[in-house]
Write a protein that binds this ligand. Sequence first.
Ligand code: FAS
Ligand code: PHB
Length: 389
Amino acid sequence: MRTQVVIIGGGPSGLLLGQLLHTQGIKAVVLERKTRDYVLSRIRAGILERGTIALMHEAGVGARLEKEGYVHDGTIISYGDEDFTVNFKEHTGTSVVVYGQTEVTRDLYDAREAAGLETVFNVEQVQIHGADTDASYVTYEVDGAEQRIDCDYIAGCDGFHGVSRQAIPLSVRKEYEKVYPFGWLGILSETPPVNEELIYAASERGFALCSMRNENLSRYYIQCSLSDKPEDWTDEAFWQELKRRIPKAHADKLVTGPSIEKSIAPLRSFVTEPMRWGRLFLCGDAAHIVPPTGAKGLNTAASDIHYLYQGLKQHYREHDSTGLDAYSEKALARVWKAERFSWWMTNLLHRFPDQTAFDLKMQKADIDFLRSNREAQSVMAQNYIGLPY
Ligand code: FAS
Ligand code: PHB
């Protein structure tokens, strides 16, 4: 079999690229290790930047997002019992939209199936061959039978634990990593959100985040120890701890209920350079990871896809490969700014086990400066709504 682009990974990165390429008649096959339902069962990102929203429309899958997404003009930041609002729209003229990654992925799968585009599920033993030659191809197994797809290009959209990044030789690849000494315990509950907009809460007991998916589906997180397991936390224990970390005025309004999903995500900052090796292009979590504090994971995957899509479109339509040649440098320039913002928000709002009394004073001074300084709030707003592509 032969195609123009093999996309390894049927998460948001791979599906968005596949849909964008389809609008240009560029052929692509998506190889996914799991099933569609398994991919959709993952509860992950919740906030879409303006650039991601524009790409969803460009891919022809923005209708439900327009109808069901919740426009948020700003967010609350709290410290103990005090809180203040950072108004993105006031500072930038732009908002963000709350629309879960699950729904983004669902819309993309629905569109892919409606267009009759090929997705191979339950693939195993995916291997990349000849990426640094003019004869690249991918082999994989389905039901024990080996298959081969010859292709012009390979998009490695297979996430942090995929095979694509490993296909780049260690002599070529340089990795940067910071592992945070805590995780996020997240729950989903069929309860009304405690507040119309998000609450990012710093407290002496640690970080908490109040988010949502719709008017009767709330998403909450609390910073937890890396040694914690979801089963260590009863729902009641979670709710009590969340109430201790958010301002009393909000805690008193919190509607609790049974969790319908409970998971712990470790936090890390990670980047691999370069994001291209020959005919292989890394996109999204295959190339970089951010702590979810800045809501940048999914949105930075989207900007990678924008750059790669533009490069492939230019190559196939104009026989011009300058976009592809510039991909890694352009994508990394924006990736590192997202890494910085996510690292900054994580340091601003979380309790670190080795913080000294002086460190805590610096953290509090940082939050007080953000509260009282318009320019500081404008800088946060520009990063949160998404820096330009
Ligand atoms: P993904 O990991 O989503 O998708 C990769 C796909 O490749 C998967 O479907 C996988 O099954 C498949 N795959 C892997 N290996 C393969 C192989 N060898 N062959 C074929 N397929 C293979 N971001 C936020 O902005 N906010 C959040 O709150 C947030 N929470 C998160 C919580 C968790 C637990 C995790 C892990 C991430 C979270 N993220 C969050 C980040 C997340 O949203 C990612 O940025 C986003 O999923 C990136 O999408 P992809 O690059 O498509 O990678
Ligand atoms: C979410 O709703 O899951 C969410 C929102 C904002 C973040 C992280 C996660 O920064």
